[in-house]
Design a protein around this ligand. Structure first.
Ligand code: GLN
Length: 468
């Protein structure tokens, strides 16, 4: 039989004896090869995937299988998996084999998921279209001339193309939610500190979170439940107890009036989001219009702080401690200069230059210091908006997937993140669920945000109230 589309369907098929984990893994690998032209996978882990599948089948027959037995998953090329290559889609890390596994990866394996391969992404997760990858762009499976979004473009596409059930990815400013929106799948960025970042190649450490993508919220919940929780290897993971996940019969749903009036918002996406608000009102929920204070500062603040953190995180890739080493360099300075010039692509270089500038002695206070203060105010304002509602609703992105090569101005690309960076600046959980189709045939997402550590409740609301 074909591989069931979702993990919960796969579980039912396994229980009825209609398939095996090995059969599904073989189908997944064969489909990925047949669709190699979409450039979704950087590498398939055939040998380890089939070995894990056989081990899970044996456990199933003994009645000892873990909660994710039957889940075929992909991992973004910035998540470490022991004994496997990982490169952050950069020439800088070409050929690097990780000696250890990320905690999130380790927990998925321990729960008996099968990892079929690593997915393409923007270089060091910097981008919104998957076009900055050293491996080239990914095609959106729903419309191959278009981008799948970024930076987790391959992850979203791996689910949308039916190649796996769940994709693990990372979200620093929207990299899970925006591609989920462009590819018509669900994508979740947890509260900062809910999932260990150990073994995630760092971009901006105070923003980065690992999260799952899947066809529906149920599968997102299953993966999240396995990965979440404290980890002694990442001291930013939290011991905060999970909030009550019960969904109130009548929800309070907040929306930002300024967001709905945003000039960059596609009129049809706007009309459909307004339609969702009407539908919710009709179902008896309370809709609360809110002011979005400091909205103009979200994107600049994100790009000042995330580039500062990136310039520091990427300093280790110097050809000496880590990464590509230029073969023809003489002397230490030239080793650094040539190795970094050859190893990094232009978007990564732009971010390192920007980040180094905002951290430099003469400008630190004016940019980095100010950015930190503004971030604090954005967080305070966001928590204040959330204090009067159960969830905040926005479109995930201003529009649907754009054509490859269509956005060449970096600042125009950064504005893709206008609705998603708030959650990372504030550290709150946010999910994008597929909310409908545009008349151009492409999907678009609704974003729901909630208070910190209300991840389980947010997921339950998304599943129960917002199922399209
Ligand atoms: N598009 C954003 C950026 O380029 C977000 C990236 C991410 O979340 N990793 O920084």
């Amino acid at each position: 039989m074909d591989m069931p589309r979702t993990f919960h369907e796969a579980k039912a098929a396994l229980a009825s004896g209609a398939t095996t984990v090995t059969a599904m893994t073989m189908t997944a690998l064969a489909s990925a090869k047949a669709k190699a032209g979409l450039n979704i996978f950087v590498e398939l882990f055939e040998e380890s995937a089939l070995a894990q599948a056989a081990a899970v089948d044996a456990k199933l027959s003994r009645g000892e299988a873990g909660p994710l037995a039957g889940a075929i998953i992909s991992i973004k090329d910035n998540l470490c998996y022991a004994g496997h290559r990982v490169s952050a889609a950069s020439r800088m890390l070409e050929g690097y084999v990780s000696p250890f596994s990320a905690t999130a990866v380790q927990r998925m394996l321990a729960a008996d998921a099968v990892i079929m391969g690593r997915t393409n992404c923007d270089e060091f997760a910097m981008g919104s279209s998957n076009e900055t990858s050293a491996y080239g762009a990914v095609a959106n499976p729903l419309s191959p001339s278009r981008v799948p979004g970024g930076s987790s473009g391959g992850a979203a596409a791996s689910v949308a193309a039916g190649l796996c059930h769940i994709a693990l990815a990372s979200d620093t400013g929207g990299s899970i939610r925006q591609p989920a929106s462009f590819c018509g799948v669900a994508g979740f960025k947890p509260t900062y500190g809910r999932i260990s970042r150990y073994g995630l190649i760092a971009f901006a450490s105070s923003f980065d979170q690992i999260g799952p993508m899947a066809h529906d919220v149920r599968d997102v919940e299953a993966a999240y439940a396995v990965m979440a929780g404290p980890d002694e290897r990442d001291n930013t993971t939290s011991h905060h107890p999970a909030a009550d996940a019960a969904v109130p019969a009548r929800l309070k749903v907040g929306y930002y009036t300024a967001c709905m009036e945003h000039p960059g918002l596609d009129p049809e996406v706007k009309a459909q989001v307004a339609g969702w608000l009407d539908r919710l009102r009709g179902e008896g929920h309370t809709i609360v219009p809110l002011d979005m204070a400091m909205a103009d500062l979200f994107v600049p603040t994100y790009y000042i702080l995330s580039t500062a953190e990136a310039s520091s995180n990427l300093a280790r890739f110097d050809g000496v401690r880590y990464g590509h080493r230029a073969p023809m360099a003489e002397g230490v300075d030239e080793v650094y200069r040539k190795s970094r010039s050859e190893g990094f692509g232009s978007e990564v270089k732009r971010r390192i230059l920007l980040g180094t500038f905002v951290l430099s002695a003469g400008y630190y206070d004016a940019y980095y210091g100010q950015g930190m203060r503004v971030r604090r105010l954005i967080r305070d304002n966001t928590l204040r908006s959330l204090s009067s509602v159960d969830v905040l609703l926005t479109p995930t992105c201003p529009a649907t997937a754009f054509e490859k090569g269509h956005i060449s101005d970096p600042v125009a690309m950064y504005l893709q993140d206008i609705f998603t960076v708030q959650a990372n600046l504030a550290g709150i959980p946010a999910i994008s669920i597929s909310a409908g189709r545009h008349s151009n045939g492409l999907p678009f997402g609704l974003q729901l945000m909630a208070k910190p550590f209300e991840d389980e409740r947010l997921l339950a609301i998304a599943r129960e109230v917002f199922a399209a």
